[in-house]
Design a protein around this ligand. Structure first.
Ligand code: NAI
Length: 333
């Protein structure tokens, strides 16, 4: 390919990088929008919310990076303009937890929010890569899948539940115990994104020797780390800043993969063959991302007995959470 052709190709590719945030005025949406504004692979940042999105857009638009930013509200079908031409849609719209709530307690409100936003994505950005942050992720991802199926636009390679926060927590928490550099840690976390469905595979980490009480406590902290934030915020919400970092990391990996960078691997909750025979259609594991989204879903690798038990426990809740999402769309199309 000639220099000019290469340039033309890379320019047109870059021009396609419109990223939309649905729920951009929220606790996650605002810092996520900030981090996306700093991402050089984003050329158009499209911020949508029921309220406040134009303000967030005006604010971050003053940062001198190479992207345009537009805020949209529901009036005058703002969601159409927010979504049209979008390559990646991130969805952090919905209510967060308060102390004492589980992620499943959010279902009654967030299920319909996510269903309605999924309908809009199906209509205005049917080819977009969709990353769902709204909880309960174990159910909201199947909700989006069901909506997309009903509209004839479902591509399992393009739908992701964002579980990156569990990974960054695991890497941080293990480094605190081992007094290591957290950026040098790598922990695989599989399963789902709530309580016992979160399964860290510490035998595959840099510290497979961790055992006994220390192991039990560490696993519990990774599974229920979100509760620490919910309690500390004391009614004012759940993780937003660390979640924005996690969402931004996921979006950044997706953008690199779409542009053809190789060996981009992220853990994410996707339609997966791993436990399909047992009726569990979605599962989080390491996924190699490519220009078409999911390129390869990795197996779980060698597990010890302890981890096999954690997986068995996770599967029970996961099956219920997934079915709940599927049933919701069937009963409330
Ligand atoms: P928040 O209440 O601060 O913000 C939510 C935003 O969504 C608000 O600005 C609201 O106006 C907007 N919104 C609600 N319905 C909407 C609709 N139909 N269309 C567009 N925007 C809409 O909540 P926060 O803290 O930002 O959390 C958002 C979601 O992310 C919650 O469901 C929370 O549980 C989830 N979350 C997920 C995590 C993960 O690891 N996947 C981690 C932490 C939170």
């Amino acid at each position: 390919m000639s220099y000019i052709a290469r340039r033309a190709f890379s320019t047109s590719r870059t021009n396609l990088s419109k990223v939309t945030v649905l729920g951009a005025n929220g606790g996650i949406g605002q810092p996520l929008s900030l981090l996306l504004k700093l991402n050089k692979d984003v050329t158009q940042l499209s911020l949508y919310d029921l309220r406040g999105a134009p303000g967030v857009a005006a604010d971050v638009s003053h940062i001198p990076t190479n992207s345009t930013v537009v805020g949209h509200l529901p009036e005058e079908n703002g969601i159409k303009a927010a979504l049209e031409g979008s390559e990646i849609v991130l969805i952090p719209a919905g209510v967060p937890r308060k102390p004492g709530m589980t992620r499943d307690d959010l279902f009654s409100i967030n299920a319909s929010i996510v269903r309605d936003l999924a309908k809009a994505v199906a209509e205005y950005a049917p080819k977009a890569f969709v990353a769902v942050i709204s909880n309960p992720v174990n159910s909201t991802v199947p909700i989006v899948a069901e909506v997309f199926k009903s509209k004839g636009v479902y591509d399992p390679k393009r739908l992701f539940g964002v579980t990156t926060l569990d990974v960054i927590r695991a890497e941080r928490f293990i480094s605190e115990i081992k007094k290591t550099d957290p950026t040098a840690e790598s922990v695989t976390v599989v399963g789902g994104h709530s309580g016992h469905t979160i399964v860290p595979l510490l035998s595959q980490s840099n510290h497979p020797e961790i055992s006994g009480d220390v192991l039990d406590k560490l696993i519990h902290r990774i599974q229920f780390g979100g509760d620490e934030v919910v309690q500390a915020k004391n009614g004012a919400g759940s993780a937003t800043l660390s979640m924005a970092q996690a969402g931004s990391r996921f979006a950044s990996s997706l953008l690199k993969a779409i542009k053809g960078e190789k060996n981009i691997v992220e853990p994410t909750f996707v339609e997966s063959p791993l436990f399909k025979e047992e009726g569990i259609d979605f599962f989080s594991s390491k996924v190699t991302l490519g220009p078409n989204g999911v390129e390869e879903i990795h197996g779980l690798g060698p597990l010890n007995k302890y981890e096999e038990n954690l997986i068995e426990v996770a599967k029970v809740d996961l099956a219920k959470n997934i079915q709940k999402g599927v049933d919701f769309v069937k009963q409330n199309p």
